[in-house]
Each structure stands twice: as structure tokens, then as C-alpha cells.
Write a protein that binds this ligand. Structure first.
Ligand SMILES: Nc1ncnc2c1ncn2[C@@H]1O[C@H](COP(=O)(O)OP(=O)(O)O)[C@@H](O)[C@H]1O
Ligand SMILES: [Mg+2]
Length: 315
């Protein structure tokens, strides 16, 4: 089976900024695949390469098996919603879709029927003849989604489709994306919000500093990370000596101090509370509280994207 998107070793540098540092990515057909990473991770750069707007310095990107980095014409089977799309305020939603439809080479009747269908899909059926200038941000983003679906593409790429929206607007856009996914469309969407990806996507690749750090189905990754354990130890006076001693406990995979709290990352299924207790005491500390914490996908995301614990996420 061919992948919808496949990149290998993508490198892109802007001056001295290495935006992509050897990105490998694979998106299977028929999936709603999230591209998750904090601001500056390289999501937009990747998407601009995939849509042919930017050339990588190194590496290859393929869409449905075709090299897009060699640069050849418009790809009509790929829909694209840019980050924060801004449309001319004086046009109506329907007029906008009509103009884009012309750009994509659709005939008049096809443009009309697709505009109706897409306005309906994104919940703008009653606003299609109003000027975009009077749309809320959420409505404008939904129009952006509709635009990206013109011409019935085989793959839709959306760059932060819920960016800049309030919770209600985000929920609206999420609903639309979900619906598109349920219809079997392949969707690749970027986001810096884990919650967003968890709610909409079946698969996810986490990107950090221009590299993919983890990739798989949302369920798989959640399961994998929930098996990692952390204990949070509250010490009356947390000092270097205590931190260093706890770090030396063989089962400890990492520690993180925050105020008087010491977070200790352990191997799966190991209960080291007694060992930690003894160690802290021997190092001159008194434990005030201790609790176990199951890690969520969010914890792992934060950890990865803060640049901590990376070493531990490989095993
Ligand atoms: N045109 C540009 N000129 C210089 N640096 C850029 C440019 N575009 C992006 N960058 C830098 O490249 C890195 C990746 O940016 P980007 O791909 O936009 O990330 P994201 O979409 O994940 O927020 C960032 O450090 C950003 O500042
Ligand atoms: Mg971006």
C-alpha cells in the first residue's frame, strides 16, 4: 500500500536556523494524522515543502509516491488550508469558493454544486451569501476548510486549522475535520495543542526541533506512555545532595526538581518508594508527601517538547 505522505531526511535551514533537521514522516492513506509540536518545531515548514511552496535543502518528500520536491506543477489531488487563512472581506463565502474553484479548473455547474455541498458540510449553509468581513474567526476558518476540500482532493493538508479560535470555534472546526475523516478522506493536520490532536486524529507524529520524536496511532502512544510511572516526592528542604542521591538509585530513569517537589521517573512496574524514602532521609531530607502519578500523553508531550526526558522516551 502506498503512503499518502512520506518524507525522508528532510532538512531545511533559514540562514542559521535549522527548521528541519532530518525529518522522517509517514502518513497512511485514510487516516486523520496529527502533526503535533510546539511553535517553531517545523510544522509549517514541512507543510510548505509538502505543498510545493518551499524546497528542502536535503531529503525527499513524496505524496502518493510522487516526489514533490522535484517540483512540477499544481497537484490537484491535494487540498491545502494554510495557517490563519485570510480571505478578501468584500467577497461572500460562496464567491470565494467559486473563485478558488476556477483556479482549480472546475466547471461552472461543478463549482456551484460543490459550493453548496461544502458550505453545508462546514455549517455555513445559511451564511454563504454573506460577506466574509462579517464572519466570525471560526466561520472564516471553516470556510478555509471548505476551500481546501474543493475538487474532492485525495489528501487534505491543514496547517493549524483551529489556530486563533476560542473554544467554541475550535470545537466547530474539530467537528468538521472529524466528519471529513469519517468519510474516509486522508487528512494531515498540524497543531501545537495535544488536546486537539487527541480529539480529532487517529494517528500522530510528534515533531520537536525539526525531527520526528514519536509516531503511531493515538491509542498506541497513549498506552505506551501510560505505562511509564512517576512519583512526586515533596521534601521539606530540597537540595542538590538529595537530588543527586535519588538520581543514583538504579531504577531511576530521571529526576526533575521543582520547588520542594522532586519528580522521579521510574521503569515500568517498579515500586521504588521505600528506596526513595531511605535515600532522601540519608541525604538529610525529610519527606512530607509522596504520590504516584501515571503519565498522560500530555505529560510526555510536554516533557519531549521541553527537551527533557528525551533519552528516556526511546526505550
Ligand atoms: N521565513 C523564515 N525565515 C527565518 N526563519 C524562519 C522562517 N520560517 C520559519 N522560520 C523558523 O524556522 C523554525 C520552524 O518554523 P515553523 O516551520 O514555522 O514552525 P511551526 O509551524 O512548527 O511553528 C522556527 O525557528 C522559525 O522561527
Ligand atoms: Mg506553523
Amino acid at each position: 500500500m502506498s503512503s499518502a505522505i512520506e518524507t525522508s531526511g528532510l532538512v531545511k535551514t533559514y540562514g542559521t536556523v535549522r527548521a528541519l533537521d532530518g525529518l522522517d514522516l509517514e502518513v497512511e492513506e485514510g487516516k486523520v494524522h496529527g502533526f503535533l509540536g510546539p511553535n517553531g518545531a517545523g510544522k509549517t515548514t514541512t507543510i510548505r515543502i509538502l505543498t510545493g511552496l518551499l524546497k528542502p535543502d536535503q531529503g525527499v518528500a513524496r505524496i502518493f509516491g510522487r516526489d514533490v520536491t522535484s517540483g512540477s506543477g499544481v497537484r490537484t489531488n491535494v487540498g491545502y488550508m494554510p495557517e490563519l487563512p485570510s480571505f478578501p472581506a468584500h467577497l461572500t463565502g460562496r464567491e470565494l469558493l467559486n473563485i478558488y474553484g476556477q483556479l482549480y479548473g472546475l466547471g461552472k455547474s461543478e463549482r456551484e454544486s460543490q459550493a453548496d455541498e461544502l458550505l453545508d458540510l462546514v455549517g455555513l449553509e445559511n451564511s454563504g451569501d454573506r460577506r466574509i468581513g462579517g464572519y466570525s474567526k471560526g466561520m472564516q476558518q471553516r470556510l478555509g476548510v471548505a476551500q481546501s476540500l474543493l475538487g474532492d482532493p485525495d489528501l487534505v493538508i491543514m496547517d493549524e486549522p483551529t489556530a486563533g479560535l476560542d473554544p467554541e470555534g475550535r470545537a466547530e472546526v474539530r467537528e468538521v475535520v472529524k466528519q471529513i475523516g469519517e468519510e474516509g478522506e486522508t487528512v494531515f493536520l498540524s497543531s501545537h495543542l495535544l488536546e486537539e490532536v487527541e480529539k480529532v486524529c487517529t494517528h500522530v507524529t510528534i515533531i520537536h526541533r525539526g525531527r520526528g520524536v514519536v509516531s503511531g496511532s493515538v491509542g498506541e502512544i497513549s498506552r505506551r506512555v501510560s505505562e511509564r510511572e512517576e512519583i512526586v516526592v515533596e521534601v521539606d528542604e530540597l537540595g542538590e545532595k538529595i537530588i543527586n542521591s535519588v538520581e543514583k538509585i538504579p531504577q531511576v530513569r530521571g529526576v526533575n526538581a521543582d520547588g520542594n517537589e522532586l519528580t522521579v521517573l521510574t521503569d515500568i512496574g517498579t515500586d521504588i518508594r521505600r528506596e526513595v524514602s531511605r535515600t532522601v532521609f540519608q541525604a538529610g531530607g525529610i519527606i512530607i508527601g509522596m504520590r504516584e502519578k501515571k503519565k498522560s500523553l500530555e505529560d510526555v508531550f510536554l516533557e519531549l517538547t521541553r527537551g527533557k526526558g528525551r533519552k528516556n522516551e526511546r526505550g
